[in-house]
Design a protein around this ligand. Structure first.
Ligand SMILES: [Zn+2]
Length: 277
């Protein structure tokens, strides 16, 4: 808790008078980190996605502050549709309806209070969840007319500039996510377990979109990880964090200039989710 208090970019550390000036408020950029609470291998915590998103947003807010913009990081969302990992203890999944409403209600509440420059950063790539984010953004636009930015790194615009392993679809508790966590805080990783994990060449894109599978165990991921976490390094994690925060800055720039160009869904967000049973 003491750590959170010390972070100047945390929105929730402001008091309402800090936001009382309507003109100043309209210029504020808000970054919404989205993750999940779900199994991430035997070596990484349930909070992996939320931790990565929070760190990327904090780095982005700091970079924006250096350019004299006021940017704050909203309290991270740690609950999402996480059905792929539902066979593993500790995973918490919410329904797509709640996921969509949670994100859109938060944005609509902020917009109603004059805080209209919102950018989402997500690190939980389960397609059903990514679709909820797009649906939430569409709902905010329909109701308020305001465009929310979304740094969707599964979109080619970003993924083509990310490291090869991410593009291969081995993106769960893998080299990529593990390197990021090692850069953020190595104490989050169980090193003894990480070092001896065999590489699992499982392509999530293929399993989900081509084979129509929906659970990690069906994918051939009995430990809730894929890829090669044993080869992860903090140095590479630092490099990826820099790049991810630069992506957020690109979208934040669009908000500052009032040019939110998106709604073109990335691959993960493209498939319309099934209507609820
Ligand atoms: Zn993850």
């Amino acid at each position: 808790m003491a750590i959170l208090k010390s972070l100047p970019y945390m929105f929730a550390n402001l008091n309402w008078e800090d936001l009382a000036d309507i003109e100043a408020r309209q210029k504020v950029v808000l970054l919404l980190p989205i993750g999940s609470t779900e199994a991430h291998g035997p070596h990484a915590p349930l909070s992996t996605d939320a931790t990565i998103s929070l760190e990327v947003c904090l780095m982005s807010a700091e970079k924006l502050a250096r350019r004299n913009y006021k940017a704050f990081v909203l309290p991270p969302l740690s609950y999402a549709v996480t059905e792929c990992a539902s066979q593993f203890p500790g995973t918490i999944s919410i329904s797509p309806e709640v996921d969509t409403r949670l994100i859109s209600d938060i944005c609509l509440s902020l917009v109603g209070g004059g805080l209209k420059k919102i950018c989402i950063f997500n690190s939980h790539f389960e397609p059903a969840h990514v679709q909820c984010i797009y649906e939430a953004i569409e709902r905010v636009k329909e109701i308020s007319g305001v465009g929310v930015a979304f740094t969707d790194i599964t979109r080619k615009k970003y993924s083509s500039r990310l490291v090869d392993v991410f593009q291969m679809g081995e993106s769960h508790a893998d080299w990529y996510e593990t390197s990021l966590l090692m850069a953020i805080d190595p104490s989050l990783i169980n090193e003894e377990k990480r070092r001896v994990l065999p590489r699992l060449a499982i392509n999530l894109v293929e399993k989900i979109f081509k084979q129509g599978l929906s659970k990690f165990k069906e994918f051939g991921m009995p430990g809730a990880y894929c890829g090669d976490p044993a080869s992860a390094t903090a140095e590479e994690g630092e490099m990826i964090l820099e790049r991810l925060s630069d992506f957020v800055i690109e979208d934040a720039d669009g908000l500052i200039l009032e040019k939110v160009t998106q709604s073109q869904r990335g691959l993960y967000g493209r498939q319309k989710r099934k209507e609820s049973q």
